[in-house]
Design a protein around this ligand. Structure first.
Ligand code: FRU
Length: 528
């Protein structure tokens, strides 16, 4: 049941039953009454209450960033999907908006994207432009009884405040494909048409359209390429310059679903190559796997669409969880948060092109107090210890590994738990160890140590770490290596300890900013 709002019908189609803003506010308030909120993030986006997964329909339009997301407003577990909605002027402070899309006669609203139809190619707008959401309608096939997924549209002429489902839904159905979902659409100026990247179980498909309504298959990619540990989900395809070479490359992001036999759970990979307007061609050998994030909690990430941002940045947001245990995390009456928005760019490294990530510069506005140290030698007998009164931090460390011993930054709670961010020079391995990180017993594979290959430069490494109440994000090697992990300490983090396992290391520089929590207006605990 959905709080019993009025049935709204529009010129182009039925919207379904919509709770009013008051009803949503009441629902949020009643949800928060028993809310153990100590894991509610301070500066990552989280839903007003209940369940959220993938970010959807990221779009920048007339001065606002829109974030839609997979939302189940009536429970803290995954269920019939809606599109939640929030807007931001700066990607840092958010405002919750009423739910944008409700399930309807064609099914639940799975992941998808949003574009600005600037030229009214769809004819859905009265001689102007507006927002078009392209998403997956998920239901059950009336004859076979199998899950069915078809692609549909909704549109908004008032900057995303109200949405109308298109009368001709679904606009794209392929009866013999399974797991056919998560359309990502962009305008391709070279061929003057819309391109849709979409997945179908074990491969990505590309469709083209003059008007967003009629779609023609132009190519396929992926069988036998990259990781197939799980079902392919949430594709994204875009072009970026490589360094300052004047050259460009295409990036195809593919999330792969959880596989019970893989301890890593759901993960995101990317491919570098070319897109000729019809299909994608991988530059790398088919068995070469590039991971977007080496932590366990960055999934279903997609970027803002082709609409130019202020300065043409390509910005990614991911869902900071993992299907392995997403439904079990100990966050109380809300569940699921987003990563920091990250600017993506490409660099060449040892002859290969790789993706680089950095949090958007706007997050610097959250910086509060600043502490800085330099030239500190640490050993196991003489660690560096800084007590903290606040648990939202940005840490930047330049480390000289000297003796070549394993190096640790430990974020410790006032209780017994800690999260270790470490580097093992012998294995050239950057890792997060959350085995003793507090509440871990909700799933056997949560308490793990995992990481990525990373080569130090002249025995030095540089780490940038964002610490929130539910997660850490670690950026290293100029953003070429990123680890994002949820953490649930037993008590608030109150100490930063830096040490080695055996020999000595020198903190050439250590800088810590305490951070202001963000304000999410219109619901949720972050409200000002
Ligand atoms: C990815 C995903 C998508 C799907 C959505 C459903 O996390 O499984 O493939 O559209 O979540 O909520």
């Amino acid at each position: 049941a959905n709080a019993g709002g009025a049935l709204v019908t529009t010129r182009k189609g039925a919207l379904g039953s919509m709770p009013t803003t008051d009803e949503i506010t009441r629902m949020i308030e009643s949800n928060q009454q028993n809310n153990d909120d100590r894991f509610r993030p301070g500066f990552h986006f989280s839903p007003p209450a209940n369940w959220a997964n993938d970010p959807n329909g990221l779009v920048y339009y007339e001065g606002s960033y829109h974030l839609f997301y997979q939302y189940h407003p009536y429970s803290n577990k995954w269920g019939p999907m809606h599109w939640g909605h929030a807007i931001s002027k700066d990607l840092v402070q958010w405002q919750h908006e009423p739910i944008a899309l409700f399930p309807d006669e064609h099914g639940a609203i799975f992941s998808g994207c949003c574009v600005v139809d600037w030229k009214n190619s769809s004819g859905l707008f009265v001689d102007s432009h507006g927002l078009v959401a392209i998403f997956t309608h998920a239901d059950t096939h009336p004859v076979t009884g199998q899950p069915r997924q078809r692609q549909s549209l909704a549109y908004s002429s008032d900057k995303g405040q109200t949405w109308h489902k298109y009368d001709g839904n679904p606009v794209l159905a392929e009866d013999d494909l399974i797991d056919f979902r998560d359309p990502k659409v962009f305008w391709h100026p070279q061929s003057e048409r819309w391109i849709m990247a979409i997945v179908a179980g074990d491969h990505a498909r590309f469709y083209a359209s003059p008007n967003l309504l009629e779609w023609t298959l132009t190519g396929e990619f992926g069988k036998g390429e990259g990781s197939h540990d799980g079902v392919w989900e949430c594709p994204d395809l875009f072009e970026l310059p490589v360094d300052n070479t004047g050259r460009t490359k295409w990036v195809l992001i593919i999330s792969i679903g959880d596989n019970p036999n893989c301890p890593e759970g759901s993960r995101t990979q990317y491919f570098i190559g070319e897109f000729d307007g019809n299909t994608f061609v991988n530059d790398n050998p088919a068995d070469h796997i590039l991971w977007l994030d080496h932590g366990r909690d960055n999934y279903a990430g997609v970027t803002w669409s082709d609409v130019p941002q202020e300065d043409g940045r390509r910005i990614l947001i991911g869902w900071m969880s993992n299907w392995k245990y997403a439904n079990e995390t100990p966050t109380g009456s809300w569940r699921g948060a987003m990563t920091l928005p990250r600017v993506l760019s490409l660099a060449s490294k040892d002859g290969n092109v790789v993706l680089i990530q950095a949090p958007v510069r706007e997050v610097e506005q959250l910086r509060k107090e600043f502490m800085s140290w330099s030239g500190i030698t640490v050993t196991p007998a003489a660690p560096f210890i800084q007590k903290m009164n606040e648990d939202l931090l940005e840490i930047e460390a330049d480390i000289d590994l000297r003796s070549g011993s394993e190096f640790h930054i430990r974020l410790k709670s006032s209780g017994l738990s800690e999260i270790v961010i470490g580097y093992d020079p012998a294995k050239e391995w950057l890792f997060i160890d959350r085995s003793n990180s507090g509440v871990t017993d909700f799933h056997p594979s949560f308490a793990s140590k995992h990481g990525a290959k990373m080569v130090s430069k002249n025995g030095k490494i540089k780490l940038q770490i964002w610490v929130d109440r539910n997660a850490v994000e670690v950026y290293a090697d100029h953003g070429m290596v990123v680890l994002t992990d949820q953490i649930f300490l037993d008590a608030p983090m109150d100490r930063v300890e830096v040490s080695t396992q055996s020999g000595e290391a020198v903190l050439d520089s250590l800088q810590i900013h305490t951070l202001e929590p963000i304000h999410i207006l219109g619901g949720g605990r972050n409200e000002a």
